[in-house]
Design a protein around this ligand. Structure first.
Ligand code: FES
Length: 106
């Protein structure tokens, strides 16, 4: 599936990813700049913060309590459409997903 990352400076990174993995893993594997993922997806770092564009944000399962709690520790304040990318499992329906990257993860 195709995913677009838009950095804080508006630069665009497009990647191809396989469904079934997390958005974080897909980003790291594709060397997307701006996803740090220090904890490797165990929901303890909040350095995989992304903001998910409409209409995609409404298609994701809502965040569990631990994800919401960790978003409070994100380097850039969480927005209404903020998620931790390690908690987003890619599905075929997410083809075309567009997410924005915060200005910093640390
Ligand atoms: Fe650490 Fe997502 S990779 S919380």
């Amino acid at each position: 599936i195709h995913i677009r990352f838009i950095a804080a400076d508006q630069s665009v990174q497009d990647i191809q990813a396989e469904p079934g993995q997390s958005l974080m893993k897909a980003a790291v594997d594709a060397n997307v700049r701006g996803i740090e993922a220090d904890c490797g997806g165990t929901l303890t770092c909040a350095t995989c913060h992304v903001m998910v564009n409409a209409p995609w944000i409404d298609q994701l399962p809502p965040p569990v309590a631990d994800e919401r709690d960790m978003l409070d520790f994100a380097a850039c304040p969480a927005q209404a459409d903020s998620r931790l990318s390690c908690q987003i499992v890619l599905t075929p329906e997410l083809d075309g997903l567009v997410v924005r990257l915060p200005a910093k993860q640390h």
